[in-house]
Design a protein around this ligand. Structure first.
Ligand code: T46
Length: 134
């Protein structure tokens, strides 16, 4: 599956810690957009879509969340709970995020601007497109 964990360097000194994100360096694309998810209500899920072409790097800078991922052929579960670890999601990955802790903040870096037309929100359509693409 085109999903990868990326280890990010944690810089630190006596005053605290810092993680730097740089396009085409530790983030493997040109960063066009940054957004964050926060205050997700307990016992709800988010996502339930795939992107036609968008690539993203997701980091739980606070708290934790689980991802259920599917490329149309196989499924995997990933827990994000470490601000020094990114989850690289390629295009055509169906995602559902769940089990958000109350304090969870997810920072997302994207290689494209927001485009609602890039979303596939119907799982049957996603699976058909994913399988046709191979
Ligand atoms: C993903 C996960 C981790 C915008 O106006 N601009 C934006 O850049 C984005 C991403 C969303 N929005 C609006 C569209 C909706 O009215 O914010 C609202 C919530 O967006 P969405 O339903 O897409 O949010 P999530 O939490 O289901 O998913 C988002 C990303 O869309 C998705 O690509 O991987 O975060």
């Amino acid at each position: 599956m085109n999903v990868k964990r990326i280890q990010l360097q944690m810089h630190g000194d006596v005053s605290g810690m810092l993680v730097a994100l740089e396009g085409n360096k530790n983030v493997p694309f040109d960063i066009k957009r940054v957004y964050y998810l926060l205050k997700t209500k307990p016992d709800t899920h988010r996502g339930l879509h795939a992107h036609r072409t968008l690539k993203q790097l997701v980091i739980a800078v606070r708290g934790s969340v689980k991802f259920s991922l599917d490329d149309g052929f196989e499924q995997m579960e990933v827990t994000l709970d470490n601000p020094a670890q990114g989850l690289l999601l390629d295009s055509m990955i169906w995602r559902k995020m769940y089990d958000f802790t109350e304090d969870c903040v997810l920072v997302v870096l994207a290689d494209q601007l927001y485009d609602p037309a890039d979303y596939i929100r119907d799982y049957a359509e996603f699976r058909r497109l994913a399988r046709d693409g191979r």
